[in-house]
Design a binder for this molecule. Structure first.
Ligand SMILES: [Ca+2]
Ligand SMILES: [Ca+2]
Ligand SMILES: [Zn+2]
Ligand SMILES: [Zn+2]
Length: 475
């Protein structure tokens, strides 16, 4: 157990002792949560366990910010609901400076052993072993680490299931729900799961052992909690995902600790249809990436960035633009002079907007029933991007924007909202916009571009020249 956790444990107990013995009020519940997970800290010199309203409100605000709720500092229903979600028992001292992965320590050796001491009552030992093995593999797939299970003797990482009362661990679990598991940072090696949860694999029922184990192993390897809600290292359990993968923030974190795994080189230029095939020039005007304006930009299929202008598309790489292709030679049936384009890695669909219609493609195949008329947003939009941070699609027109969830129910009646209400320093009447996997957003207008940080503010030094930086043209 680390000193930090020990300290927190002591103040949590002190708070429990002072709280009423009966069922806690919502106020007590909220304060207890903020205290338990490191948002509220009692100064050591203070003797009583009372916090001022200002202290509680400030802690509430940092919890709300970390949970992507409006930072009101008020104990509202949405905040309480978030606090009741199943989560990890480790505190949330997020990396305040960079909002990136947080590093808490590391092992000097890269070949580690693990041992499972005690299994869950409701899950077969063989299934639990396979889930834990798969959990280790997420990390050894991306970092030069290896994990070997041992059945006897000492092990670097010691895995066990325990409940509310146990001689194994000084930190009791809390029955079904709420805290699911906890772990210690290197070189403690403790990884514990709450035996009162229904641990499962391959099911939406219960709690997925593989995903939670991968999270706790992340702690045991030295990672703290991530502020990316989609990261494995986010504190709240995101539910069972059949095709679960590590988030880029998880990968960057583990690679910052242990370096990159050297992978066999992938063949270059495997993108279908983008190789120059026919020498005959098509009749339409071929745009010049150094002078012509952009209709749309898309971070699209095959992790390529596509730039659209007139009837043409090209991919933008670190070494500049690749050869231009006719749009319709890649996406059959798609018109020229697009308004906007956006690709969603969530559904693997690409959306193209022109006039009052939207086209939807899966890879380079038009989905049945498309194009469809745009009904709930304006025609002739300016730009669109998919934001991996909240998995929503943002659409822009003039001074306004819409936020749209592909898979959820959308109440678009409160849209369009003013761009300036969400993004500060971003111009209106955009040409194009694109967001990277890392959540950074780029806005384009008239030969210039603006980069926006995780707080949705334009960063210092922008705008910069699009043609110089993106198309590698001479100044
Ligand atoms: Ca629990
Ligand atoms: Ca546009
Ligand atoms: Zn955790
Ligand atoms: Zn424990």
């Amino acid at each position: 157990m680390t000193g930090l956790e020990l300290l927190c444990q002591v103040c949590t107990l002190a708070f429990f002792a002072s709280a009423a013995a009966s069922r806690p009020s919502e106020e007590q519940e909220a304060v207890r949560y903020l205290l338990q997970f490191g948002y509220l800290q009692k100064p050591l010199e203070r003797l009583t366990d009372d916090f001022t309203n200002a202290e509680v409100a400030a802690a509430m605000r940092s919890f709300q910010l970390a949970s992507e709720l409006p930072p009101t500092g008020l104990r509202d229903a949405a905040t309480l609901e978030k606090m009741r979600q199943p989560r990890c028992g480790v505190e949330d001292p997020f990396n305040q400076k960079t909002l990136k992965y947080l590093l808490l320590g590391h092992w000097r050796r890269k070949n580690l052993t693990y041992r499972i001491y005690r299994y869950a009552p409701d899950m077969a030992a063989s299934a639990a072993r396979r889930a834990i093995q798969a959990a280790f593999k997420y990390w050894s797939d991306v970092a030069p680490l290896s994990f070997r299970e041992v059945q006897h003797g000492p092990a670097d990482i010691r895995i066990s299931f325990h409940g509310a009362y146990s001689w194994i661990c000084s930190r009791p679990f809390d029955g079904p729900g709420k805290v699911l598991a906890h772990a210690d940072i290197p070189k403690e090696g403790t990884v514990h799961f709450d035996e009162d949860e229904l641990w499962t694999e391959g099911s939406f029922r219960g709690v997925n052992l593989r995903i939670v184990a991968a999270h706790e192993i992340g702690h045991a390897l030295g990672l703290g909690h991530s502020r990316h809600p989609a990261a494995l290292m986010a504190p709240v359990y995101g539910g069972y995902r059949p095709h679960f993968r590590l988030h880029f923030d998880d990968i960057n974190g583990i690679q910052a600790l242990y370096g990159k795994k050297t992978l066999p080189a992938t063949p270059a230029g495997t993108l279908p249809g983008l190789q120059p095939t026919s020498p005959s020039l098509p009749p339409a005007k071929v745009p010049d990436p150094c002078t012509d304006s952009l209709d749309a930009l898309m971070f699209g299929p095959y992790e390529q960035t596509y730039a659209f202008s007139g009837g043409y598309v090209w991919t933008v790489t670190d070494s500049g633009p690749r050869p231009l292709k006719e749009i319709s030679s890649l996406w059959k049936g798609l018109p020229a002079q697009l308004d906007a384009a956006v690709h969603s890695p969530r559904t693997k669909r690409s959306y193209f907007f022109k006039g009052d219609k939207v086209w939807r493609y899966h890879g380079f195949q038009l989905d049945a029933g498309y194009p469809k008329p745009l009904t709930r947003i304006s025609a002739k939009i300016d730009a669109a991007f998919y934001w991996p941070v909240n998995k929503k699609i943002f659409l822009f027109k003039g001074t306004g924007y819409w936020q749209w969830d592909e898979l959820g129910w959308n109440n678009l009646s409160s849209y369009p909202k003013k761009i300036s209400m969400l993004f500060s320093g971003v111009p209106s009447h955009l040409d194009a916009a694109v967001a990277w996997e890392n959540g950074r957003v780029y806005f384009f207008k008239g030969g210039q571009y603006w980069r926006v940080n995780a707080q949705l503010r334009v960063e210092k030094g922008y705008p910069l020249s699009t043609t110089e930086r993106w198309m590698h043209c001479e100044a």
